[in-house]
Ligand binder design. Structure first.
Ligand SMILES: [Zn+2]
Ligand SMILES: [Zn+2]
Length: 266
């Protein structure tokens, strides 16, 4: 009798879990057994294999370990990188499983815990989190009220810093409409920079004077958006800017596998 009651309760629990828990892999949609996992085994393995890798700790460009000098690429050491930050952390490249997860995250507010955990471990591996005063999500390009209700980067930032109790301050806002860059494929780095310039501003009463800020975004491609955010924060008196993103895509500087462009005569 006792055992039977227990099994009925656990069956009821399973059925309830069936209704409320996602039972498919968050990246590929394959069905998975009841568990607390978000990914199927194949996707989890692929994600783990694609995460990490070696990259410059101030601009985020992918570089082989042997091409980094104290963690920085030659361009950064020589002061030639267009976008160089106090610190840089990223989970992986913008492809495969990570890309699928980010695309889903842009439209629905699940996955913040999973992606937040991934970002947290990338940050902890690259930065001294105690040196960062506050964590600032990059605002969504859309300014229409209906879409500002969902700010994935804000959720992402909050999920990531939970690990060390960091402070998230959404001090930036868009002051004009910019069509999201992922919906305008083929834009050059220069065109992106021109579109975003002057379209971001500090929220009223936000004070970043003398602070070390770490910007949080999902994907950094040419760095136009992050560059603009960084400019606005510096103008407002921020002392240092670091960047943490889920993925670093492409890049605006030539990258040849195994060849450091800065190592060649320009
Ligand atoms: Zn999967
Ligand atoms: Zn660099």
């Amino acid at each position: 009798m006792g055992m039977r009651a227990t099994s009925l309760i656990s069956r009821a629990g399973m059925m309830l879990a069936d209704l409320i828990l996602p039972r498919t892999c968050a990246a590929c949609g394959a069905s998975i057994d009841l568990s607390d996992k978000d990914l199927c085994e194949t996707c989890a393995r692929q994600l783990a294999a694609g995460a990490g890798g070696s990259y410059c700790r101030t601009c985020g460009e992918d570089r082989g370990e042997h091409l980094l000098h104290d963690g920085r690429c030659t361009r950064c050491v020589l002061g030639k990188s267009l976008r160089r930050f106090h610190g840089f952390a990223r989970v992986g490249k913008y492809d495969g499983v990570l890309k699928s997860l980010i695309l889903r995250f842009k439209t629905s507010f699940v996955l913040d815990r999973l992606l937040g955990d991934l970002l947290a471990s990338a940050i902890l591996g690259m930065m001294d989190v105690r040196a960062v005063d506050c964590w600032v999500p990059i605002p969504s390009h859309w300014t229409r009220r209906v879409s500002t209700l969902y700010q994935p980067t804000d959720l992402l930032a909050r999920a990531a810093v939970r690990a060390w109790g960091g402070r998230v301050e959404p001090v930036l806002k868009m002051s004009g409409i910019v069509r999201p860059f992922h919906m305008q494929p083929g834009l050059s780095a220069k065109e992106r920079a021109e579109q975003i310039r002057g379209k971001m501003q500090m929220r009223r009463a936000a004070d970043v004077q003398g602070l070390h800020i770490c910007l949080i975004d999902d994907v950094m491609t040419t760095g136009a958006t992050i560059g603009e955010a960084s400019r606005v924060l510096r103008d407002a008196g921020a002392a240092a800017i670091s960047v943490a993103v889920l993925a670093r895509a492409g890049g605006n500087e030539p990258v040849h596998p195994g060849v450091d462009p800065a190592g060649k005569a320009a």
